[in-house]
Design a protein. Structure first.
Length: 233
């Protein structure tokens, strides 16, 4: 069953994305890893990751694994914490972290609605803060999808992942916003991007990218066949 296509339009509406930006697949942590393979590109000087101190445990393990996979350590994880005696996060404290250490930070992975406190964070502001120091910004919307409207397309975040088994009252299918169109057109080679799971139309967008040579287009594509089919139809 082509559930990744059947469910796409409704799912896009729920999170305020364009259908082309959404694909339903895998489980949340798997998707976060796939997204981090594409978006977490640490260098020797810019490699740290920011999460909330109350991040969901498996999100913490996922970013720790990514740090270790790239040869860094758990200490390279920076926590955005509530102030002493408070329970909620303050955006100005994230601003402070980024203005102090942003040059060393490659990625922010933040729960859009925190699973523990229920705090709904200001996604456009977080994207703006992260991007001010060229950090990628990813959002876990497990507790946001079906609960709040995150308006992903206009939020400015680089990627998001969520699941259908919280506020969407469903089984464990999970979907993710792979990346926005503006980002797709920036991709120069397949090696910049993990192709698994993208839909044929997303692939076409990437293939149509004039920056990419035909050889590169073919090299990384497990779906070239589908691409031809789509072009012919
Ligand atoms: C906020 C949050 N992140 C991540 C996960 C992990 O999801 P999965 O086990 O599908 O990878 C959950 C699951 O409950 C969650 O609530």
């Amino acid at each position: 069953m082509n559930y990744h296509e059947l469910l796409r339009d409704q799912m896009a509406k729920i999170v305020g994305a364009k259908p082309l930006e959404v694909v339903v697949m895998n489980t949340l942590t798997t998707n976060l890893h796939l997204l981090m393979v594409s978006f977490y590109k640490p260098t020797k000087i810019k490699y740290k990751i920011v999460i909330e101190s109350d991040a969901f445990p498996s999100d913490r393990y996922a970013v720790q694994s990514q740090l270790k996979f790239h040869g860094f350590s758990e200490e390279d994880l920076i926590e955005w914490k509530p102030r002493k005696g408070e329970e909620l996060l303050r955006i100005e404290d994230l601003e402070h972290i980024i203005s102090e250490k942003g040059d060393e930070i490659a990625l922010l992975l933040i729960g859009g609605v925190n699973y523990y406190t229920g705090q709904f964070l200001d996604l456009p502001r977080i994207a703006e803060i992260g991007h001010s120091k060229n950090c990628k910004v990813g959002i876990d919307l497990a507790h946001g999808a079906g609960n709040i409207q995150p308006n992903l397309h206009d939020s400015g975040v680089d990627f998001a992942a969520w699941c259908t088994y919280k506020y969407l009252n469903s089984g464990p299918e999970v979907c993710l916003v792979y990346l926005f169109m503006k980002d797709m057109l920036k991709i120069k080679t397949y090696h910049d991007f993990l192709v698994g799971g993208i839909t044929t139309k997303q692939l076409v967008l990437i293939c149509d990218n004039p920056l990419m040579s035909w050889k590169e287009q073919r090299a990384g594509s497990c779906r070239t066949h589908q691409y031809y089919q789509w072009q012919r139809s």
